[in-house]
Design a protein around this ligand. Structure first.
Ligand SMILES: [Zn+2]
Length: 471
């Protein structure tokens, strides 16, 4: 007999009855607010072309590195999950077989946020009512596959059903944004904007850096082999992204390092980088200098700057060689902010026109570094618990360690930061429940009044993101 799948309406609320009652009331007031998704990685072609999503495996397994990293850690081969290789060696193509393997291993996700998100997708998005396992795998596959073939499951219809007010994708400066253009020209009212993610032209260690910089020059008719031409080209692409709706930039450097070199020093370092004659330390200084240059340009053009440091990318060398980037082998590393950000803050930290949102994968610096920094500098705010910490406990730790120093008003609401489009309502729902639970605890302790908690619940679910990202 298949087990019944049902989401408990009180999930994630505090166990204490009185606190739970407050959390419930707060949640009821924000549960139906529109979704603002100011940072994420959905594919704009979905909304531009509005073609049906592929089969269940292609939609829910092969693009989701949260899912296959767990299966891989338990001995399931990526080949068997149909993850395409870069060297062209064959992988499983039978999506029913891939789905069956996933279903048989679904128990591995017990206690993880992926399990909560997926169960939410299965029940709320697809209307399934039995637990996924090896026995129910075929029923799931048939049910989801049939749904995906209907009009109601096309990308735009889901966008509307999910009550998404706005979603931001993330593109490199080398992208022509054709899908964003097509969305605007189509007359569809869904708002899909881009964000400017220039790592591939700012980081000398990025694969293809030299050809990327050369192409940046072609796109902008600037000579990017000289420093002023390179900076002009970046300025022009930012202006183009802004004209296509971008309100933010995003920077995923290995560390939070910034630099404050003179123009002459910066130019000399740029020349070394372009001549491929640089040390690891010089590459770090160059990335740091470019963050400071990006801050200068943000002050000019008003784009909000997001800094997402601390991921050790592609940690598994053999896997990287065969499968490439974003295959679940990115691992957080220790990250320092106080000294790293000082050069940038020395120059621009008090500028009222600069808006920087800081993220971390290293939770040890929430109360030691990030909350004190954001609780002082007018240019700094804290992004929500991110990636490995986008989880109920991660959100609780974030609020507990940050609020007393930075307050709520130096934070920016929730980001889903996902490529798994169907999980977006589930992720925002978890964030709203956890924030309401945290607020309920403050009310029951008489640290804030209930009317203040209602105001904050709406701010955390909606208003802060709108303001911080200028949406
Ligand atoms: Zn991201």
């Amino acid at each position: 007999m298949a087990k019944v799948l049902r989401l408990n309406p009180d999930r994630l609320f505090p166990a204490n009855e009185q606190t739970r009652a407050i959390a419930r009331r707060l949640y009821q007031s924000v549960a139906k607010l529109p979704i603002l998704s100011p940072h994420g990685h959905t594919d704009p072609s979905w909304f531009a072309e509005n073609q049906p999503f592929g089969n269940p495996a292609e939609l829910l397994i092969t693009p989701d590195h949260y899912v296959f990293r767990m299966l891989y850690s338990q001995g399931v081969a990526l080949e068997d999950l149909g993850i395409p290789t870069q060297d062209g060696t064959p992988v499983e193509t039978d999506s029913r077989k891939i789905w069956q393997i996933f279903a048989e291993h679904y128990y591995l996700f017990r206690g993880t946020p992926s399990r909560m998100w997926l169960d939410h997708v299965f029940t709320d998005v697809f209307g399934l009512d039995v637990v996924l396992d090896g026995e129910t795998a075929e029923h799931y596959y048939n049910h989801i596959d049939a749904a995906l073939k209907t009009e109601a499951f096309r990308p735009r219809a889901l966008f509307e059903r999910f009550n998404i007010e706005l979603i931001a994708t993330t593109e490199s400066p080398l992208n022509d944004l054709r899908h964003h253009k097509a969305i605007v020209e189509s007359g569809w009212k869904g708002r899909v904007i881009t964000a400017f993610r220039p790592d591939n032209v700012l980081d000398p260690d990025f694969e293809g850096f030299h050809s990327n910089v050369a192409y940046l020059g072609e796109l902008t008719a600037e000579n990017t082999s000289v420093y002023t031409g390179y900076l002009n080209a970046l300025r022009k692409r930012r202006a183009f992204f802004k004209s296509m709706g971008a309100t933010s930039t995003d920077h995923g450097h290995p560390t939070a390092c910034t630099s404050n070199l003179s123009d002459e020093e910066a130019e000399a370092l740029f020349n070394k980088v372009m001549a491929d004659d640089f040390s690891a330390a010089e590459a770090e200084t160059f990335r740091g200098q470019m963050l400071t240059e990006m801050a200068a340009m943000s002050i000019e053009d008003g784009l909000v700057m997001q800094i997402h440091p601390g991921a050790f990318r592609n940690h598994n060398q053999q896997l990287f060689e065969r499968w490439g980037r974003d295959k679940g082998a990115d691992i957080p590393s220790q990250t320092e902010y106080v000294r790293a950000l000082k050069p940038l803050l020395d120059k621009f930290g008090n500028n009222p026109n600069l808006n920087i949102i800081l993220f971390t994968l290293d939770e040890t610096n929430y109360s030691r570094e990030l909350a004190p920094l954001a609780g002082h500098y007018p240019s700094l705010k804290l992004g929500p618990s991110w990636w490995f910490h986008d989880s109920p406990e991660g959100m609780r730790r974030f609020r507990q360690q940050v609020t007393e120093t930075a307050g709520f008003y130096n934070t920016v609401g929730f980001n889903d930061d996902t490529r798994a489009f169907l999980s977006i309502p589930a992720r925002h729902d978890v964030a709203r429940r956890m924030d309401c639970s945290f607020l309920a605890e403050l009310v029951i302790d008489h640290r804030i009044e209930e009317d203040e908690a209602f105001e904050l619940a709406a701010d955390l679910a909606y208003n802060f993101a709108k303001k911080a990202y200028k949406l």
